[in-house]
Write a protein that binds this ligand. Sequence first.
Ligand code: HPA
Length: 269
Amino acid sequence: MLEKINQTVSFLREKGIDKPFAGIVLGTGLGGLVSQIKNKIEINYSEIPNFPVSTVEGHAGKLIYGDFGTKKVVAMQGRFHFYEGYPMEAIAFPVRIMKFLGVQYLFLSNAAGGVNPDYEIGDIMFITDHINLLPNPLIGPNDNRIGPRFPDMSCPYDPGLINKAEAIANEHSFRTHRGVYLAISGPTFETPAEYRHIRIIGADAVGMSTAPEVIVARHIGLICFAVSIISDLGVEGKIEYITHKMVQEAAAESESKMTAIMTRLIEKI
Ligand code: HPA
């Protein structure tokens, strides 16, 4: 594992990726933040040794490095989902690469279905905690040089970053919440009974990503911040027919809010 990581990191350093401060993983319909990165180096996943190759609708994923405000960042345009058929190891690998490139912070975004009855489409939810119903990406032999066998998860999302993000959002009068994100495999969206179940067991929103990446990031010691854009509602009486396109469009509509928060937040750290 460490050998593969070192090989990939050497390749990326040779391409000019030098000590990024933060890593960014962008969710469905939320890729526009990348246009704010200046002096870019873009590398297709297919060129990167040991990297999984993105399959979603034939779009080649890209790693993008450059200046985001005053800081160097490395962003993943296109993430890996379990429902695409990747092993959990493939979902873990890019997060580990970010850490070995020098990243200290990991920022993640996703589109999610709101199950909290107070939520509306377009709202922003700062993730304070998660329930991971996907396979745990740390199952298998553990390399103690990467992280401990039994990592702590008492505080996976940094409270200081959430406070800062909330203050930024308040300045803009964005509708925000703090909530629990539940990660599930998909690719089906939930039935009404499943949405009810997800609410009853303690979640505010549901999606198909993020929690496994955060588990890997905490294992390796990265500080995490994650935000969901509420793209649809899994609330009794408000459940409607949905498609992936509708999720993409709803997320894209609120993208500028998320980008504004992330930009200021990364600047302020
Ligand atoms: N369920 C699961 N994943 C999702 C949803 C949803 O309602 N919306 C966006 N991603």
